[in-house]
Design a protein around this ligand. Structure first.
Ligand code: BT5
Length: 345
């Protein structure tokens, strides 16, 4: 009885939370939960009440038991803004529980003249986009789905360099969160050869210049392996899987924007050279044998370098060297065969 008494209060709430979290969104019958945790029914009820007061959404239905629906960590604009150290990025933040695509919403806002640096985040996307009609898949409320409106003073043909700026910023933010992310040219962030994040830039420009760029990034923060479709499980990972603890989404969003603004400032002040230098250090493919799919063409060779325009230089098997601005890359050593990278197109 003494042991049961000790487990009341905050300690019991933690135990219940862990058990519900481990159940992975499935209901746990109250009696077995109480018995498994050695709690009295009253202590269990009090623990659930305590968790709800903390903002956990816990569903309870007669006969079915308790089910953890969501954790209190929210992606509210105020939570992100509290952690920002930017001048321009995140000045306005729009948060949506559900959107088709944050990139589409940001493009709509950009077209309507919304200020540079405006951010769109969503808990869930119903039509999340990768490149060339591919999908970006993300379980609700687990990850970061973020787009930001930029209006760089650049000739449109230099816009692909921005993909590298975002990639370097994304990897830097993840590193600050304890995730040793590397870049797979040009727009994937990897850990141990598995895809952790993807970047998608949508550009609106004419011959005179860029109207706007929407820089979108999807980062697997808290997704568990079983949250992803089976075909992605061997090739994808999340920050939580790497560090072994949930990652606060608002903090990740703020870090990303902080790093992005710093790298954009450097890009504006000194051009692509400093970006290129960091990109090369963070690259997971340089020096590696690769297969590159560009439109209908497949080439194999060694990824030699990133040039001063963000293009990949590949030494082909016949000894010649070729420059690629876009394509899907597979590292023949890492064998992380998820849709590789492509610049704007
Ligand atoms: C990308 O395309 O990697 C760019 C993804 C950009 C997503 C963000 S989320 C916020 C913003 N709003 C949007 O609508 N999009 C952006 P690509 O290189 O084409 O890779 C797509 C491929 O990655 C898919 O075909 C899958 O194989 C794989 N994939 C999809 N979801 C994934 C995930 N959660 N984790 C790892 N790989 C994934």
């Amino acid at each position: 009885m003494v042991r049961l008494m000790e487990k009341q209060g905050a300690g019991a709430a933690r135990l219940v939370l862990r058990a519900l979290d481990e159940a992975g969104g499935k209901a746990v019958v109250a009696e077995s939960l109480a018995a498994g945790l050695e709690l009295t029914p009253e202590a269990l009820f009090a623990a659930v009440r305590e968790l709800r007061a903390q903002g956990y959404e816990i569903d309870s239905r007669a006969g079915q038991g308790y089910r953890l629906l969501s954790a209190p960590e929210q992606l509210h604009p105020e939570a992100i803004r509290a952690l920002l150290s930017t001048r321009e990025l995140g000045g306005v933040i729009h948060h949506h529980e559900s959107l088709g695509s944050t990139n589409d919403e940001a493009a709509r806002l950009a077209k309507a003249g919304t200020s540079t640096g405006t951010v769109v985040v969503a808990d869930r996307q119903t039509a999340g986009r990768g490149r060339r009609g591919r999908n970006w898949i993300s379980p609700p409320r687990a990850n970061l789905l973020l787009s930001v409106i930029l209006r760089p003073r650049l000739p449109p043909q230099r816009a692909p360099e921005l993909v590298s700026v975002v990639a370097v910023a994304g990897a830097s933010a993840l590193r600050e969160l304890g995730v040793p992310a590397t870049i797979k040219w040009p727009n994937d962030l990897l850990v141990e050869g598995r895809k952790l994040a993807g970047i998608l830039l949508d550009l609106s420009a004419d011959a005179k210049g860029i109207h706007y760029v929407v820089a979108g990034i999807g980062i697997n923060l808290n997704a568990k392996e079983e949250d992803l479709p089976e075909e992605l499980r061997p090739v994808a990972t999340s920050a939580r899987q790497v560090v072994g603890a949930p990652i606060p989404r608002a903090k990740a969003a703020a870090l990303l924007l902080n790093h992005l603004e710093r790298w954009l400032d450097r890009f504006e002040a000194a051009g692509f050279a400093p970006i290129r230098e960091r990109y090369r250090e963070l690259s997971s493919v340089l020096g590696q044998p690769v297969r590159l799919l560009e439109q209908d063409r497949v080439v194999e060779g060694v990824a030699e370098d990133i040039d001063e325009g963000g293009a990949l230089l590949v030494r082909l098997t016949d000894g010649s060297s070729e420059r690629f601005l876009s394509g899907d890359l597979t590292s023949l050593r890492l064998s992380a065969g998820v849709g590789g990278g492509e610049s704007l197109g």
